[in-house]
Structures are given as structure tokens and as C-alpha cells.
Design a protein around this ligand. Structure first.
Ligand code: IMP
Length: 200
């Protein structure tokens, strides 16, 4: 089955292709089809993922897959959540967002800097699919005040996964992709696809 991926992120395409190709899914990035991302106007990861998936499905007239993710910090009352990419402003860079996070958590003791990444993945069979499949994955950790490491992206230089002393940016991509919120959501989606008979 050909499935349009509602993302232009080549890292995500690679990660998703590895897991979904053995199930007979051929993933095509929406950018290849000239499809642009719609505004993420939802209040939750689920809403935003569904907005992206439906938009891609409508434009490509077929099945689509989308994910939405972000980080939730306890000391910030769950912020930035769905606004993670825009934490420091509409066109903020990863560095801007990390800088703002460090500034907001300045002086906050480690035990209150607990955080978790969330990822929601949605699969729709077509634009009007009345029963989209949803899968959710989380990755627990703590926000560090000093950035370390050059791998990953986003908040990885200041995210220390629970049980580790390294930041996510100090992990190899293979290590991260085995345990991340996105990997967990994807595995849950694969289980759902098999349960609903969409994959074997
Ligand atoms: P989106 O799911 O592509 O909209 O990403 C939302 C934002 O959440 C990203 O721009 C990052 O700031 C953050 N984020 C999501 N997943 C990760 C991750 O694996 N590492 C670091 N930051 C992430």
C-alpha cells in the first residue's frame, strides 16, 4: 500500500520506512508530491497529527501517515507541549528554543525539571476515513541546564533520558531510535495495523 508521509523531515522518513517497509507499506514524503504542511491549529498532539494526515490524504487522494510531537516539562506546567517547535517564537530555531528553556528553568532544582517527550502518530486510509488509527509514545527524562552533545535535534542537547547520564544528543541515532517516543509510537501503530488487518 502506498502511504503519503505528512512530513518533510528526511530523518522521520528513514525511521518510519525501516519499520513499515517489511509490512508492505511504501512511504512517499509529501514534499515529493508538492504537498505543503497545513497550519498546526490543534490544541493537542492528536488534533495536530490528524490535521496533517487528513491534509496529506486529501491532497494525494490516498492513505497518509502523520506524527506530532513535543516536550512537556513539569516545572513549566506541561509547557511547551504542542508549541515545542514555536516555544521561542513563530520561526524559532532549535537553539532559540533550547536557550529559552534554559532561561525559564534557571535556578529550578533537578527534581522539578522532570520532562517527557510525546509523539502521536496517525494513520488514515483516505481523507474521509471515519476511524483513523492513533498511536502514542512517551520518553521520560529530565531537562539539563547545560547543553551537551551534537546528535539528534530540538531539545535533545538538554534532555537526559531517565536512567542515563548522557543527553539524547550524546546518544547514537541507533540508540535513540530504539527507545524514543517516536519509536514507541511507531511500534504501537504497527501492532494496531496488524490487529485491524491492514498489515500482516
Ligand atoms: P514536530 O512533531 O515535527 O511538529 O516537532 C515538534 C517539536 O518538538 C520539534 O521541533 C522539537 O522542538 C520537539 N521534538 C519532538 N521530538 C523531538 C526529539 O526527538 N528530540 C528533540 N526535540 C523533539
Amino acid at each position: 500500500m502506498r502511504v503519503v508521509l505528512a512530513s518533510g523531515n528526511s530523518g522521520k522518513l528513514r525511521e518510519l520506512t525501516t519499520l513499515l517497509a517489511p509490512l508492505g507499506f511504501e512511504l512517499v514524503a509529501q514534499s515529493v508530491l508538492g504537498i505543503h504542511s497545513p497550519p498546526e491549529t490543534g490544541a493537542t498532539f492528536m488534533e495536530n497529527a490528524l490535521i496533517k494526515a487528513r491534509h496529506a490524504a486529501r491532497s494525494a487522494k490516498g492513505a497518509a501517515l502523520a506524527d506530532d510531537s513535543g516536550v512537556e516539562v513539569d516545572a513549566l506546567g506541561g509547557r511547551p507541549g504542542v508549541y515545542s517547535a514555536r516555544f521561542a517564537g513563530e520561526n524559532a530555531s532549535d537553539e532559540d528554543n533550547v536557550h529559552k528553556m534554559r532561561a525559564e528553568l534557571h535556578g529550578v532544582p533537578a527534581e522539578f525539571r522532570q520532562a517527557r517527550y510525546h509523539c502521536v502518530i496517525v494513520f488514515v486510509r483516505g481523507p474521509e476515513d471515519p476511524e483513523p488509527l492513533f498511536a502514542h509514545g512517551t520518553w521520560e527524562g529530565q531537562i539539563a541546564l547545560e547543553p551537551r552533545g551534537a546528535g539528534g535535534f530540538g531539545y535533545d542537547p538538554i534532555f537526559i533520558p531517565a536512567g542515563l547520564h548522557r543527553t539524547a544528543a550524546e546518544m547514537t541515532s541507533v540508540e535513540k531510535n530504539a527507545v524514543s517516543h517516536r519509536a514507541r509510537a511507531l511500534l504501537a501503530l504497527v501492532t494496531e495495523l496488524k490487529e485491524t488487518g491492514l498489515a500482516s
